[in-house]
Design a protein around this ligand. Structure first.
Ligand code: HEM
Length: 152
């Protein structure tokens, strides 16, 4: 489980990298009215693939480290912010972001022209990135704090 936790920790940075790249390419594309580039397509594709991998690591941790078991005693853990965060809030927000990323990829593909592709990219991936940033257990979030970085 330590290896999966480290991988889950590290993949976070790749997701953030491609998430920001996707949003920045969308903003630049909209501002300069440029064509939908290969960079834009590859960055949101990698954002989605890395997110898929992260969801698998996340649910392995969720079931194997006992967070799921807390859901059976829902009344007790609502007062404990650490347990509430990892048993409920973290994965629920991440799952909504994951759905948005998949819906966004489809919406971008279907959009008729470059401007609407960039607009859809900005809206779907931008909201997803915001949810991810909110749901990460950053070291400065006292009750749920986790390190900036783990290594094997
Ligand atoms: C539905 C998807 C996800 C599930 C089910 C999930 C589940 C979990 C669980 C159960 C833990 C606690 C592990 C432990 O017991 O120590 C955890 C930690 C964490 N998760 Fe997720 N996660 C998901 C998505 C994500 C995403 C998309 C990111 C970031 C992009 C992320 C970032 C983190 C970080 C940074 C930690 C702390 C790792 C550490 O302690 O070093 N998770 N996640």
């Amino acid at each position: 489980m330590d290896t999966i936790l480290t991988l889950h920790d590290l993949v976070r940075w790749l997701i953030l990298l491609f998430g920001f790249l996707t949003v920045i390419t969308a903003i630049l594309g909209l501002a300069s009215k440029s064509p939908y580039s290969k960079l834009a397509d590859k960055s949101n594709l990698l954002f989605m693939i890395l997110f898929d991998i992260q969801v698998v690591f996340g649910f392995i941790l969720f079931f194997e480290k006992g967070w799921f078991d807390h859901l059976k005693h829902i009344g007790d853990f609502m007062k404990d912010s650490l347990v509430r965060f990892f048993s409920l809030e973290h994965w629920l927000l991440m799952l909504i972001a994951w759905i948005l990323v998949h819906a966004g990829r489809t919406a971008v593909k279907k959009a008729p022209d470059a401007q609407s592709k960039h607009r859809k990219m900005l809206v779907y991936f931008g909201i997803a990135l915001l949810l991810i940033l909110i749901a990460i257990p950053w070291p400065f979030r006292e009750a749920v704090a986790r390190p900036w970085f783990r290594w094997f």
